[in-house]
Design a protein around this ligand. Structure first.
Ligand code: BG6
Length: 467
């Protein structure tokens, strides 16, 4: 009989497991989508399986609006727990849970990814004689190009690239996944997706939240490493990529890497023209933040993609903490119509037209265009063709989607090493320039620093429906 597949969560006593992974597994169970699975928590804490289940249940009650007790009972029967460190001897104790197909989720601080991959490898967990073996690694993969390559060297001693699933949870978000469907199934859209029609692209991920007690990680990382290198860069590649010919994880990821390779290199001399960092006033007073910290809590980039489709179109990427809104969107601005037709009329100055994918707080698509304002005057107004993306449909969180993909071995929405590597390559001169000097200060709850703003300004940190 084929053994039941296992999901082993290494670092299962931590916040990620309780706050994101277990609620995602619970929602999959509730929806009847969870494949047969043994879930084994593994961590240093000397807990019993009962204590672990109790700990997870408390988390569900805290993070889920409502807990269906029957679904939880079903899931909790699949949960087990073993305590141990990353030594080969301890990890070997997991053998009895991992007889066949098994996925190992590293819900650990990034500093021990290499040790965990190695410990698992040396304990024989990567060997696929009984079924597929997978290693799921959270972000960040390295803290710069050098450390990412070093980490990869360690991980690849035991794990093949086809076994490694590098998570970027933005790739599990519905609207982000929809980008490919929307672009590549609608002929008119694909025809306007180029530098003849699009003048600029703005990608924003703004948060009102501050550090949320994560100062140890965040102060060492900063906004560029925490958000831009991964989440925003991923959204950028999905917007800018060429149409892949077939739905295949490697074909799609190759197309994404080509975008990164086409980015006009930032040089040490022109970092200022392409990158801006900010720090919110009061950051230095946050508990745990070292005095004089230069960590950026806001980062913006202006990138050019030097290829036939995008030459000359600036892509603006920005993300920051303690801003005036929690708002994530991808917005493409259409070029002004090349005509003087309305120049001598009382027509209002033509406003910018946009195609906007809002990702947070709502998931919507808006095509904002100009029409005549009804009435005797020849004047215009903006209207929006508006789509509530999830209307009438079950919604899943990014982790629901990605865990399911991982358990099914679908790597499409996980990062291949060259994507990680090229994203770091693009940012290397920026990281080097930012190793000295200071971020500009911005006020909490503001829209962030204005330097490096697009010519027509940044879009607001909330979606404004045209009236
Ligand atoms: C995480 C970052 O990867 O993404 C956090 O580490 C950030 O700093 C979070 O708050 C944002 O994700 P989401 O899905 O809430 O927009």
């Amino acid at each position: 009989m084929t053994p039941t597949p296992s999901l082993v969560i290494i670092g299962a006593s931590g916040d990620l497991t309780r706050r994101l992974l277990m609620p995602a597994l619970y929602r999959l169970e509730l929806a009847g989508k969870l494949p047969p699975l043994n879930i084994v928590g593994y961590a240093l804490e000397d807990w019993t399986p009962e204590y672990f289940r109790d700990h997870i249940e408390k988390g569900l009650l805290e993070f889920e609006k409502e807990v269906d007790l029957a679904a939880w009972a079903k899931l909790s029967r699949k949960l087990d727990y073993r305590s141990g460190d990353l030594s080969v001897e301890k990890i070997r104790a997991l053998e009895k849970f991992t007889q066949g197909e098994a996925s190992f989720y590293l819900a650990l601080p990034p500093g021990v990814f290499a040790a965990a991959a190695q410990g698992l490898g040396e304990a024989g967990m990567a060997l696929e004689s009984g079924g597929p073996r997978r290693l799921i690694i959270e972000k960040p993969f390295g803290t710069d190009l050098k450390s990412a390559l070093e980490l990869q060297t360690e991980v690849s001693k035991h794990w093949k690239e086809s076994q490694i699933l590098r998570i970027d949870h933005f790739l599990g978000k519905e609207t982000v996944q929809n980008l490919m469907v929307f672009r590549f199934t609608n002929t008119p859209i694909e025809h306007l997706w180029n530098n003849r029609v699009i003048e600029e692209v703005q990608i924003t991920a703004a948060e009102t939240l501050g550090l949320e007690g994560r100062y140890k990680y965040y102060d060492g990382a900063g906004a560029l490493r925490d958000m831009l290198q991964n989440h925003l860069m991923q959204m950028f590649t999905l917007v800018a990529m060429e149409p892949p010919p077939i739905w295949d994880a490697d074909v799609i990821r190759t197309h994404k890497v080509e975008v990164l390779k086409s980015v006009r290199p930032i040089t040490p001399e022109n970092v200022h023209d392409h990158a801006l960092r900010g720090q919110y006033g009061g950051y230095l007073e946050e508990p745990g933040v070292p005095s004089g910290s230069r960590t950026e809590t806001y980062a913006a980039l202006k990138l050019y993609v030097d290829n036939w489709r995008w030459k000359g179109v600036p892509f603006y990427l920005r993300s920051g903490k303690k801003l005036g809104g929690t708002y994530t969107e991808i917005a493409l601005k259409f070029r002004e119509a090349p005509t003087r037709l309305f120049a001598d009329t009382s027509q209002n100055p033509l406003e910018d037209n946009w195609l906007v994918f809002q990702i947070k707080p709502e998931e919507t698509i808006d095509l904002i265009l100009t029409v005549k304002k009804p009435g005797l005057e020849l004047s215009s107004r903006h209207v929006s063709l508006h789509n509530e993306y999830e209307e009438g449909h079950e919604s899943y969180s990014a982790y629901d989607q990605l865990l399911l993909d991982a358990l099914e071995g679908d790597r499409t929405h996980f990062l291949r090493m060259d994507e990680v590597e090229w994203a770091w390559r693009i940012l290397t001169p920026v990281l080097e320039a930012w190793s000295s000097g200071n971020p500009v200060l911005y006020e909490s709850e503001s829209s962030g620093p204005e330097e490096l703003a697009p010519q027509g300004g940044w879009r607001p940190l909330r979606f404004v429906q045209p009236d």
